[in-house]
Ligand binder design. Structure first.
Ligand code: DO4
Ligand code: MG
Length: 294
């Protein structure tokens, strides 16, 4: 099953599901639930099965069939963040490439790559997140901001992985390089995190360490960068990252954890206003975002 959310104009988000090739969008709340977060919370707290809930909602006339391509085009209803996340965290240097690119020689990035304890950082609140088609930000005080194409997991409060999605941990690398103590400023700002288009439930991802992720950066319609990675190259396990995040630290259900980048966008292709970043994966779909100066 794939779980997504739509919005009409500036209205509130409501949940949609793709099941057995059908795309269904909730028209009115069913059993007191209207959003992806409502569904995840009920799944965690009272063992709700989203597929059964969907069947009951359809029987009650609360859902309507939709066309995924139409939603992606965003004519009337448009896709938005697939869950409104109570918290978003990031994991860093989980791929060799990320350690190599962040510094010359060996240093803190190499150390964290080989250490038992992963790098985990607070990444965003819901207000700083964007969904499909919405602008990601390049800070005005950054001369080199890069896309960080990643796989994100959605966690239950007890650590269960509720699903996988595409994510862009957009980062002002020049600010981080100037001094690693500036990490929060390089990572957290308006439009710093894009994710979606949908949360794919674990039963549809039988091999989480064989997820392919591609990134293209388009400028004036022309491709200026393309890169690819696979979760097979990831040093850490998704469950371990979730466990580390929950050490002495309660997380609410629906917390998103972005698990690090294995695709490195070089300096000469740093993001500019009007660029479009397209992430895609055979398992997780496509996430496309224009870049805005913020
Ligand atoms: O230490 C900096 C952040 C690392 C990161 O975001 C990544 O490797 O994806
Ligand atoms: Mg990252």
């Amino acid at each position: 099953m794939k779980i997504f959310q739509v919005r009409e104009g500036g209205g509130t988000a409501r949940v949609g599901l793709v099941e057995d090739g059908r795309t269904l969008v909730l028209q009115s709340p069913h059993d007191g639930m209207a959003t992806a977060l409502d569904l995840f919370a009920a799944q965690e707290e009272r063992g709700l099965e989203p597929a059964r809930w969907l069947a009951a909602a359809e029987k009650a006339g609360c859902v309507a069939e939709a066309d995924w391509q139409e939603l992606a085009r965003g004519a009337e209803l448009r896709l938005t963040v697939p869950v409104t996340p109570p918290e978003v965290w990031g994991a860093g240097v989980t791929y060799r490439r990320s350690a190599d690119f962040r510094e010359e020689g060996t240093g803190i990035y190499d150390r964290v790559y080989s250490a038992e304890r992963p790098e985990l950082f607070f990444k965003a609140t819901a207000s700083r997140c964007v969904g499909p088609g919405e602008p990601i930000g390049r800070r005005r005080d950054s001369a080199f901001t890069a896309a960080e194409p990643e796989i994100a997991i959605v966690l239950g409060r007890r650590g269960a992985i509720l699903g996988y999605t595409l994510a862009n941990d957009v980062s002002a690398w020049d600010i981080e390089r100037d001094n690693p103590l500036y990490l929060p400023q390089s990572k957290v700002y308006r439009g710093c995190f894009a994710f979606g288009p949908a949360i794919v439930t674990p039963d549809e991802i039988p091999e989480p360490y064989a997820i392919t992720l591609r990134c293209r950066v388009l400028r004036g319609g022309r491709e200026i960068f393309a890169g690819e990675a696979s979760t097979a190259q990831m040093k850490r396990r998704f469950e371990d990252l979730g466990d580390w995040l929950r050490r002495s630290n309660e997380i609410p259900t629906g917390t998103v954890l972005s698990t690090g980048t294995g695709i490195i966008q070089p300096l000469e292709t740093g993001l500019e206003e009007g660029d479009v970043v397209v992430l895609s994966s055979p398992q997780l779909g496509e996430l496309s975002n224009p870049v805005a100066l913020v």
